[in-house]
Write a protein that binds this ligand. Structure first.
Ligand code: AMP
Ligand code: GLY
Length: 423
């Protein structure tokens, strides 16, 4: 099978790494990819949202399946673009329709979906600028802190959590007045939930589903979960508190109602669902949906899947997922992200990366890297994820940290406390 994988992060390198282990794969193309995906497949210089160019590539290269890494092409309707075009209709796109992608593209849509299908989540209401007084009134009924969410995609920056009600009211007004452009013309105000978070990944073909290994990511730049939010500084899987009893609740109260809800609402959804959960005193509540795999969670989830990923993806595309095998490795997997100094603020690119060849016992997934003629250079804030297995979390972490030392680039930074809050 020839596969086109869209994206250029650590997530895509981990997906590509897993795909090439399948004997069902003939050619793997990654658009646009990074230096790491270039080692396992062929990078293609195409934008993930240039649908006509993607179509042309698919036709010219006999592509049998398109797998979408990031949310943007999904929210922009790549699934529907293929479905509505006679020449490429028969090439499956792994990922939801634009309507399904609204679960991530619109927080208001996601909250309405959860409410309609009785999926546990924080109490909320949505408002526009013309409803400011009503919004203030709703806020006054909640307890601090106040959670304000821009409805649309805001590059991970659209959620504010504010303790002081007057400050929260001021921020609400600026959000509604366009602080995040059109993304915050509608703002979801919701009750604050206190607990520890984890990420649950589900594959679905629209009828059946499979739950992938659960993971926890570490979003803050600083140790002890302090400082600014990043794309993710590391991840671990499994997650100690997500035990069988907890996961049974997740499946019964959240996963099954989500799959059934998509069906009832006639939403075409063949792809990954990422459920951001919070454990509130043993009860799982949904914080958010994403319509793709997580990054850096994929860098621990893929290594723990023993089965053939392409076989599973084929199951999604042909609606035969129930007949496919999903076997999980019981060991711990962790990943530690090496980032450019200054990230998530300003940082420099084009730093030479050395020491990659001296890494032993870990898997390196490239995130922001690029290959020049004879060097690998940094090309983003998150540069490389170092994933390792272990019989315990600490054993796996020790391996990743040992190898993190060996890779060198100017102003390298990483968190040394990944997994600190878990048993
Ligand atoms: P989101 O973009 O929806 O994932 O929100 C970003 C982060 O804000 C989440 O990962 C949570 O840590 C936090 N958050 C969002 N909603 C809530 C809530 N209702 N209660 C507590 N924390 C929240
Ligand atoms: N790790 C969180 C995300 O991918 O959005």
């Amino acid at each position: 099978m020839n596969i086109l994988l869209l994206g250029n992060g650590g997530r895509e390198n981990a997906l590509a790494w897993k795909m090439i282990q399948s004997n069902k794969l003939k050619n793997l193309y990654i658009a646009p990819g990074n230096a790491g995906t270039g080692l396992v497949g062929k990078n293609i210089n195409l934008s993930t949202t240039d649908f006509p160019a993607i179509k042309e590539f698919v036709l010219a290269n006999d592509i049998h399946m398109v797998v979408v890494g990031p949310e943007e092409p999904l929210v922009k309707g790549i699934y529907d673009y293929f479905n509505n075009d006679g020449q490429i209709r028969h090439t499956p796109v792994v990922g939801p329709s634009a309507k399904g992608a609204q679960l991530e593209g619109s927080k208001d849509f996601a909250k309405q979906f959860m409410k309609r299908h009785n999926i546990p989540t924080a109490r909320y209401q949505s408002f526009t600028l013309s409803e400011l007084d009503k919004a203030y009134h709703f806020m006054e009924q909640l307890e601090a802190p106040y959670v304000l969410k821009a409805d649309g995609l805001a590059a991970g920056k659209g959620v504010l959590i504010i303790h002081d009600i007057n400050e929260a009211k001021r921020e609400l007004k600026s959000m509604l007045s366009g602080m995040f452009g059109d993304a915050s013309r509608i703002v979801v105000i919701e009750e604050f939930l206190s607990g520890i978070e984890c990420s649950v990944f589900v594959m679905t073909d629209g009828n059946s589903y499979k739950i992938l290994p659960v993971a926890k990511d570490y979003k803050r730049i600083g140790e002890g979960d302090t400082g600014l939010n990043t794309g993710g500084m590391g991840a671990v899987s499994p997650v100690s508190f997500a035990n069988d009893a907890f996961m049974k609740k997740v499946e019964e109260r959240i996963v099954i109602p989500t799959i059934n809800g998509l069906k009832k609402d006639e939403i075409d959804y063949k792809g990954f669902i990422f459920i951001g959960l919070i454990n509130v005193k043993g009860e799982p509540m949904v914080i958010e949906y994403n319509v793709r795999m997580g990054d850096p969670e994929t860098e621990v989830v893929m290594p723990r899947i023993k089965s053939d990923l392409i076989d599973l993806l084929e199951g999604i595309a042909t609606q035969t997922l129930a007949t496919r095998n999903l076997e999980i490795d019981n060991r711990y997997a962790v990943t530690v992200m090496l980032v450019s100094g200054g990230y998530p603020g300003d940082y420099e690119k084009n730093k030479k990366i050395t020491g990659i060849e001296s890494v032993t016992g870990s898997i390196i997934f490239h995130a922001g890297t690029k290959q020049t003629e004879n060097e690998i250079l940094t090309d983003g804030g998150r540069v490389m994820a170092i994933s390792s297995f272990g019989n315990t979390k600490n054993e796996a972490l020790a391996l990743s940290y040992k190898n993190a030392e060996k890779i060198k680039f100017d102003k390298k930074y990483y968190r040394k406390d990944i997994g600190f809050d878990l048993d």
